[in-house]
Design a protein around this ligand. Structure first.
Ligand code: OSB
Ligand code: MG
Length: 368
């Protein structure tokens, strides 16, 4: 197979409600969509990077530059037989996992289509449906949070994740437990704490949380290990797990007991699958994280989450949790039992609404 042409688009979509984490508020999603043209077929990938370097150092701007100047020139016109060959071509380029992922995803999508197999099957997925949860941002008042949780539980979401930060943590979790009892509940700090907060975080141990996600710094596996020794609540790492190697080190050090796998953060589907395999071999549960993706990134996440080691509900909510109108038609929908079916049509398994996509496109580049 050969990629003859790549199209990059900067796409802007308004979120239904602003999403607030310990690092800031997003009210609009701007992201890069990568389209590859392979032997007369199309493949789509979505770059997870946000407009500002708040979650990780990558941004839509850096990803555009790295794709245009380094990654796309490496792939144009070059022969391959399987998409898992591509990461070796850019292994010497440091970092920029999300930019790499967007291009690799597009190659997987085109390859699956060419083979006539669903993306999930191409990756080795075994589940027909995946269990999903919802990630709820920091609210103005606890009452707003309680109402939001009530609404998502009523729709059937299998797990509630609430974002926390200093000042919006133990007291809020207490209120949620008081109101909703033993629902599957977890918290995500996006690195808002330090080891000096360990005694305070021990207060979360009283609430039977499924896990606490990324309490400390991205680059600090050592302090996470120290914190995990003090907490009964399992630590789940997100930002820290930049690839399979980081996952191996974290498990060896005891920095976490659960891993959030985000395909963009780890550098693409091949790395995500390798990380899944490594965790599974050690019986460490993983789940699929999200970056407020459009239906295209969501389709890639669904395929990944169909792998057998994804045993916990993922941050793969239905399209209508984020968007008034999604890029794919029909949108991603969740059944009332809190599961989303994994598409079984060849390739992406969702139809991209070309005219709507065009209307959301802010910038376009054709390479070459
Ligand atoms: O830390 O998991 C995170 C969104 C943007 C950046 C980071 C995170 C998130 C989410 C939302 O939690 C997950 C989703 O629903 O896509
Ligand atoms: Mg997270």
């Amino acid at each position: 197979m050969r990629i003859d042409r790549v199209e990059l688009r900067l796409v802007g979509m308004e979120l239904k409600q602003p999403f607030t984490t310990s690092f800031g508020t997003l009210s609009r999603k701007e992201f890069i969509l990568v389209t590859v043209f392979v032997d007369g077929l199309l493949g789509y990938g979505e770059v997870a990077a946000l407009p500002a370097p708040l979650y990780s150092y990558e941004t839509t701007g850096t990803a555009w530059l790295i794709l245009e100047q380094f990654l796309v020139p490496l792939v144009l016109g070059r022969e391959w037989s399987h998409p898992s060959e591509l990461p070796a071509w850019w292994k010497h380029l440091r970092g920029h996992a999300m930019a790499k992922c967007g291009l690799e995803q597009a190659a997987w999508c085109a390859w699956a289509e060419a083979q006539g197999v669903p993306l999930a099957a191409a990756l080795g997925g075994t589940r027909g449906r995946v269990e999903v949860g919802v990630s709820i941002g920091i609210q103005r008042e606890v009452g707003d949070l309680l109402r939001a949780i009530e609404g998502y539980l009523a729709r059937g979401y299998r797990r509630i994740k609430i974002k926390i930060k200093p000042g919006w943590d133990v007291g809020v979790v207490r209120e949620v437990r008081r109101q909703f009892g033993g629902i599957p509940l977890m918290v995500d700090a996006n690195s808002a704490y330090t080891l000096a907060d360990a005694a305070h975080l021990e207060g979360l141990d009283d609430f039977g949380l499924m896990m606490i996600e990324q309490p400390l710094d991205e680059d600090d596996l050592v302090d996470h290990a120290a914190l995990q020794r003090r907490l009964r609540t399992p630590i789940c790492l997100d930002e820290s797990i930049t690839g399979p190697e980081a996952g191996r080190r974290a498990l060896e050090l005891g920095s976490c007991r659960i891993i959030n796998i985000k395909v963009g953060r780890v550098g693409g589907p091949t790395a995500a699958r390798a990380l899944h395999d490594l965790a599974r071999a050690q019986a460490v549960p993983v789940w699929c994280g999200g970056m407020l993706e459009s239906g295209i990134g969501r389709a890639h996440n669904l395929a990944l989450a169909s792998l057998p080691g994804f045993t916990l509900p993922g941050d793969i909510s239905a399209s209508d949790r984020y968007w008034h109108r999604d890029l794919v038609d029909p949108p991603v929908t969740m059944a009332s039992d809190g599961t989303i079916p994994v598409p079984n049509a060849p390739g992406l398994g969702f139809t991209v609404d070309g005219a709507y996509l065009e209307s959301l496109t802010l910038k376009k580049a054709q390479l070459p």
